[in-house]
Design a protein around this ligand. Structure first.
Ligand SMILES: C[S@@+](CC[C@H](N)C(=O)[O-])C[C@H]1O[C@@H](n2cnc3c(N)ncnc32)[C@H](O)[C@@H]1O
Length: 221
């Protein structure tokens, strides 16, 4: 990381390289804990699981909802979903992320798995098979010009009535990754396809992201 770069950002520069697993894997190789790794589940997710998540599980009367976690890194959020009673599938194309996610998950409770795959190439058999699509620092990791494709991916993976939940990172800096996104840009991309239930700054963030994470709850029609 160049000196002066924000802690979340491996470096500034061109955007195409972020579409390769080699780019991300090289950072994992260099650092055990890259700047984006908060070392714990996202506070906003923990809050949601304690409130709406519990209510959702209770309404299902014993069925287990499936959640897709794209760009899952070390899988803190995957394990948190699983511990809460969801079946969680973490996807990351960096081999070292998946290897370390598996190492850090030994003995963790619940149903979960990690897949080493490009999220844009998830097999057709996964289409329409998720109740939730969870967003946390994957949107801002992909090339900005691929954002419409990423919106389509969530639509395709979710069942009708399924939900996208999670955070969009509006840090306001130039360059990336993470590539900044504003509330207006999120709405422009998702509103034509989803029912927007919530999109607001969450009070539940780690300190350096306070005031910059937009918590989202979008329903796939
Ligand atoms: C900024 S990191 C965030 C990791 C994790 N969400 C966290 O908060 O610790 C972005 C992650 O997305 C992964 N990633 C980026 N593009 C991807 C793609 N097309 N398919 C699968 N994983 C991808 C990277 O390998 C990296 O682990």
């Amino acid at each position: 990381m160049p000196s002066g770069a924000p802690p979340d950002s491996p470096e500034d520069g061109s955007t195409e390289k972020v579409s390769t697993s080699g780019y991300w894997n090289a950072i994992y190789l260099e650092q055990d804990s890259p700047g984006w790794n908060i070392g714990q589940p996202a506070p906003s997710l923990m809050e949601w699981l304690k409130t709406d998540g519990v209510r959702h599980l209770a309404s299902l009367r014993g069925q287990t909802p499936r959640v897709c976690v794209p760009g899952c890194g070390y899988g803190h959020d995957v394990r948190q979903f699983a511990a809460a009673g969801f079946e969680a599938v973490g996807v990351d194309f960096a081999p070292l992320a998946v290897q370390r996610a598996n190492e850090q998950s030994k003995g963790a409770p619940g149903k979960f798995e990690f897949r080493q795959a490009d999220i844009f190439e998830l097999p057709r058999t996964e289409r329409g098979r998720f109740d939730f699509f969870y967003e946390y620092t994957c949107f801002v990791a992909i090339e900005p010009r691929r954002r419409p494709e990423y919106v389509q991916l969530a639509l395709e993976l979710l069942k009708p009535g399924g939900m996208l939940i999670g955070c969009f990172y509006n840090h306001g800096r130039e360059g990336g990754p993470p590539f900044d996104v504003t509330r207006e840009q999120v709405l422009e991309l998702y509103q034509p396809h989803f029912e927007i239930r919530k999109l607001e700054i969450t009070p539940h963030s780690i300190e350096r992201r306070q005031g910059h994470e937009l918590w989202a709850e979008f329903v796939r029609p």
